[in-house]
Design a protein around this ligand. Sequence first.
Ligand SMILES: Cc1cc2nc3c(=O)[nH]c(=O)nc-3n(C[C@H](O)[C@H](O)[C@H](O)COP(=O)(O)OP(=O)(O)OC[C@H]3O[C@@H](n4cnc5c(N)ncnc54)[C@H](O)[C@@H]3O)c2cc1C
Length: 471
Amino acid sequence: MRHLVWFRADLRIADNPALHEAMTDAATVSAIYIDSPGQWQQHGRSAMQRDFLSRNLQALAEQLATLGIPLTILTADSFTEVPTVLSTWLQQHPQDALYANRELGIDERRRDKAVQQALSDQMAIRVFNGDCVFQHGSLTTRSGDMYKVFTPFAKTWLAQLRAYSYRLLPSPAAQGKPLKVEKIELDGEQVSSAHWPAGEAAAAKRLSEFCQCHLRHYGEQRDYPAVNGTSSLSPYLALGVLSPNQCLAAIENELEGLPMSRGEPGFVWLNELIWREFYRHLMVEFPRLSMSRAFKPDTEALQWSQDSEAFAAWCAGQTGYPIVDAAMRCLNETGWMHNRLRMIVASFLTKDLHLDWRKGEAYFMSRLIDGELAANNGGWQWAAGTGADAAPYFRVFNPTTQGERFDSQGDFIRRWLPELAEVPARHIHSPHDWLDNQQPGHGYPKPIVDHKRARLHAIAMFDALKDQEAL
Ligand SMILES: Cc1cc2nc3c(=O)[nH]c(=O)nc-3n(C[C@H](O)[C@H](O)[C@H](O)COP(=O)(O)OP(=O)(O)OC[C@H]3O[C@@H](n4cnc5c(N)ncnc54)[C@H](O)[C@@H]3O)c2cc1C
């Protein structure tokens, strides 16, 4: 039997259900990756993530080669061309079965349906769950619906873990002699991602170092951007270089058991992995989330501002709010941003500048090395008050007090805003008076909005929705 594994957002050989199953009972296994540069662009994904994709594909090809599995890179500019490209290739390389792990986005699902229609007469097509601990759609309320808020979802997720644990697949054994690998070069703009080591071994090393050094203190350290307290594993999870099961195994290994309730060491990190799953399950259940639509339909009527200058200032880190500006300049430079800062800048864009969350979502996607539809959309809609969130819409982050709380000495701010390098800690979050006195001509912008007034306006925007409902 000839089995073909189609790699997509699962660029690993360990704990990969499609690869694992394909290698069971097969005489020969080969692999493909179908690159879609046009689709990448249409989805607004970043040039840095594209470079990281290319480097991880290279690492995957080398890993597969050690098992005697060749990886062929095909190109279909957009997803609509995938069935034709794949069928043409299969004419020259006939196969008995195609194996793949499921993807979530609506375009990916439509692509897969088209492939199914084109090929199901010729070969068996087998699809697996490789991106979540529990398969999308498997965790539901008693009436069979997907949860719309996080806490009950997490409760059921934990109950499932308690009852069934998780399944970590063994790494596959070699099917033949090692192969030679050629250099993989993808088309399209790429920005160096060299400061993120590529490949499964690098991800596994980072995971084990994080668990050894930070897991136990994650709950106390995770909110401080100047502290190296979170795992920085998101770029690997986003491309599937690492699986969530591997994260659970590493927690279990470090703590000699899995934390099952709040207060236990390691639980707060586990909880973040559950957030990741929550957003992924939501994306499958509510395809409108992949189509730039609000989770709460009534919030489609919000009257967002069209102020393009304010948007440009936010993108460039020139809002006059130091924590927001430092975060945005860090994103622009490195392609990554700390979670606390993502919440602060997203709240600022939507609740202080009253700009549409979709603008922020797209900008993040265009810059992030870990850009990932479900988490990005979930995070933006959570911050904007349009998403799956139990908190009331009048939660508005105050960028100054957030800075005071989570970067109290201004260490993170000074790292990214050289013009504030000399500002003492007690002035760093509202530096303008000090700068005007001590460094006239400093060039740091005045705040582009008054937070108190902006907050009231944001609340009024949401109140107007309720008034519309009442009419
Ligand atoms: C506005 C906004 C946009 C975001 N966009 C993305 C995105 O495009 N890609 C992305 O992977 N994450 C996104 N997140 C979630 C979160 O900020 C990042 O996953 C996290 O900062 C990555 O750092 P880490 O790997 O050190 O995370 P850790 O704190 O070590 O957490 C471990 C893993 O859990 C997952 N995770 C953690 N927090 C969340 C969360 N709130 N939602 C979903 N998954 C989570 C990630 O896979 C992460 O790598 C976004 C959050 C917000 C508020």
